[in-house]
Design a binder for this molecule. Structure first.
Ligand code: ASP
Length: 306
């Protein structure tokens, strides 16, 4: 039973009129992944689905990534194969179009799991990824607005209150993207993000942390979205796959993972998507929205929503 699910990030979509466009974005991405899945590879499916979302400026990954406190783009991405536990990730990378593809190269071409900053950019150039500027006009404008608002209130000094800040300004969390697929043989998970708006330079979220925001093994795969610090502290993606190992299906495990996040860190913090190695799909969130789309064998059209 082959299956794929994608997410376009957890949070609150304040402008209702954006919702149809966001749904169209996740639908297109799941179909891009589905095409690869039909050709037989969950790995290609996850990369293609995430690339489609990275290339869509509505989402906070690749083109349209959010900006750090000092106005730079620092992107994170990871991909992991469940059968072999091979994994590749980049953190704080800039100047490339598709961080997920660089992460895949880290997995395939090096003995390492995670490359950061300058090193990640150098590695990408060595492998032929051309220079690309992912900053969009809209993100620049939002950055200026948010920065002004927060600096006027002096709240960015209290970075540990990010949790509370996000409750007050849900727009700080912006639509990270992810995909999980099962091709009948293995589960693969991938996630990509620009991180959280106004993050402190150098901050790395859960996305490229294997076990934090991205994880896959022989029983299931998971991709998280939301406040990265929460997923890291709970090793949430790995914990979610442990729930499957203990007997839950992908939906049960997703619910359990989000309950855990809510119990420790409250609502409005996390979302997760999963696929298990029986081809079951799971999704859960404690935020108002989490755009998503999925497709399983036997379905004619993807199911998509927020
Ligand atoms: N999890 C991402 C991070 O903390 C943000 C998000 O999912 O919106 O970097």
């Amino acid at each position: 039973m082959v299956a794929i699910i994608v997410h376009g990030g957890a949070g609150t979509i304040r402008k209702e009129e954006r919702i149809p466009k966001v749904i169209e974005g996740v639908r297109e991405a799941v179909l891009a992944g589905w095409g690869e899945l039909k050709r037989g590879s969950a790995l290609d499916a996850v990369e293609e689905a995430v690339k489609a979302l990275e290339d869509n400026p509505l989402f906070n990954a690749g083109t349209g990534s959010v900006l750090t406190l000092d106005g730079r783009v620092e992107m994170d991405a990871a991909i992991m194969r469940g059968k072999t536990l091979e994994a590749g990730a980049v953190a704080g990378i800039w100047g490339v179009k598709n961080p997920i593809s660089v992460a895949r190269k880290v997995m395939e071409k090096t003995d390492h799991v995670l490359l950061i900053g300058d090193g990640a950019v150098k590695f990408a150039r060595l492998l032929g990824f051309p220079e690309y500027d992912p900053v969009t006009e809209e993100r620049l404008r939002q950055w200026e607005e948010l920065r002004k608002k927060l600096l006027e209130k002096g709240e960015t000094r209290y970075w540990k209150k990010l949790n509370e800040l996000i409750r007050e300004y849900p727009e700080l969390l912006r639509s990270t993207v992810g995909a999980v697929a099962f091709d009948g043989d293995e589960v693969v998970a991938g996630t990509s993000t620009g991180g959280v708006f106004l993050k402190v330079f150098g901050r790395v979220g859960d996305t490229p942390i294997i076990g934090g925001g991205t994880y896959a093994n022989e029983v299931a795969g998971a991709s998280c979205t939301g406040l990265g610090e929460v997923a890291i502290k709970l090793a949430l993606a790995k914990s979610a796959t442990d729930f499957v190992r203990l007997g839950m299906d992908a939906q049960g495990a997703s619910d359990a993972a989000i309950s855990l996040a809510t119990r420790y860190f409250g609502k409005d913090t996390m979302g997760i998507i999963m696929v298990d190695s029986k081809g079951n799909i799971g999704l859960a969130k404690n935020t108002r929205h989490m755009s998503h789309a999925f497709m399983r064998e036997g379905m004619k059209e993807p199911e998509a929503g927020v």
